[in-house]
Design a protein around this ligand. Structure first.
Ligand code: FE
Length: 252
């Protein structure tokens, strides 16, 4: 019985599904935002997760109420089940315009292609349940070249995809930032493209009222203090191309 409620108000709920991934695969979180009578599923994941996630969702919301599926970027742990979700719900799916033509390689049926909405580089907003505008925010190169986050102004949660991801920790919510760094540092140094992208992103995010950062893998940063600590850490991290030396390109 999955679906951990991480935000609740009379018209608005946010659920986390964190335990569906098989042991050999990288742990992945799926999120569901429900506003009034409509829901958005974020980064639904791969084939190993889809039917369990579907049955868990059915206990919370009718599948016909899932109007939107958000895909932060093109990775298999985000996108691989997309054809299944378009078959089992009436949802539109959203992904960077850079990746639209890659989806058929994940088995997206040509009949479904018309329900995939390309997100232009500047992002967009998606209205949920009639009056909740979810902001689709550019986060390019963190890590994918066509990459977006979702900011929910009701719950004040930023759904940050791979940014903020942790691997190997045994808790769902970060308590102490300093001791959490060892679970995030290696991943961010290798996967995130550059400090310049981190800094530009952090500057944009500081303009929003963020109470929680919810990544696609690992633990959630809940509370303004932890959000602030993560932004400070991210904008000061040398990563990706910042760390490249000639040694990294020596021939095997
Ligand atoms: Fe990824």
């Amino acid at each position: 019985m999955g679906g951990k409620l991480i935000y609740e108000s009379p018209d608005h709920r946010v659920y986390l599904f964190e335990e569906l991934t098989p042991a050999s695969a990288v742990q992945a979180n799926q999120y569901l935002i429900v506003h009034r009578d409509e829901a958005m599923l974020l980064d639904p994941g791969g084939h190993k997760v889809q039917s369990k996630l579907f049955s868990d969702l059915c206990s919370l919301v009718q599948p016909k109420r899932i109007g939107h599926i958000f895909l932060s970027h093109q990775d298999p742990d985000v996108v691989a089940s997309i054809n299944y979700w378009l078959m089992t719900t009436p949802a539109k799916a959203y992904i960077s315009e850079l990746w639209i033509r890659f989806l058929p390689h994940f088995g997206l049926d040509s009949k479904m292609e018309g329900r995939v909405v390309p997100i232009g580089d500047r992002g967009m907003s998606i209205t949920l349940g009639g009056d909740c505008d979810l902001h689709v925010i550019p986060a390019h190169f963190l890590h994918s070249p066509g990459n977006f986050h979702v900011y929910d102004p009701v719950s004040k949660i930023l759904f940050s995809g791979d940014l903020g991801a942790s691997l190997g920790q045994d808790y769902f919510f970060v308590e102490d930032f300093d001791s959490h760094i060892r679970f995030i540092e290696k991943f961010h140094k290798r996967y995130m493209a550059s400090n310049r992208a981190m800094r530009v992103w952090a500057k944009a995010i500081r303009k929003l009222d963020v109470e929680t950062i919810a990544p696609q893998h690992g633990a959630i940063f809940k509370g303004r203090h932890l959000v602030e600590r993560f932004l400070d850490w991210a904008e000061n991290l040398e990563c990706g191309v910042d760390l490249i030396s000639e040694r990294d390109y020596t021939l095997p």
